[in-house]
Design a protein around this ligand. Sequence first.
Ligand code: S3P
Length: 169
Amino acid sequence: MKTILVGFMGTGKTTIGELLAQNLQVPHFDLDQVIVEQTGWTINQLFERFGEKFFRNLEHQLLLDHLNKDGVLSTGGGTPVMNDNLTSLKQSQVPVVLLEASIETIFKRVSNNQTRPLVNQLNFQQLAKLKQQRSSRYYACADLVIATDDLSPTQISAKINRFLKQIKN
Ligand code: S3P
């Protein structure tokens, strides 16, 4: 991978990943979409019918499968939370970019969207708590952190592009 995007739900990993991949002229892989395509189930269905652990195992397997491909990988918000995934992300030679956003921005983005099983179960306070609990995981694997609240997708993608060029030299 050229780069891997991590961050909490609703921080723009998919949007930025698509844009960045377009700019770099490489494929974009979205881990959630890969899981949906491979299983034929939605994320909600996978959580409901098979449980979170089953989903996490799939996510882990597919993360490993994708690390050596060329492209941009957008992970799921929970990907770095599993120990094995965090280790793989830290040990890989791929630059990891953390997209940060305030919980207010995140809540606005995710609360009207029914595609995330965890969001359906959590109110604002609980979502804020989950973000806080996970925060150290995201930072533990990040090589670059971008506060996205006041930036457009184009600006965020440009920042990542500059960073990738810098570390190449
Ligand atoms: C999850 C985030 C989701 C998806 C699943 C679980 C999480 O991905 O993988 O609903 O645990 O934070 P997004 O970050 O793309 O919403």
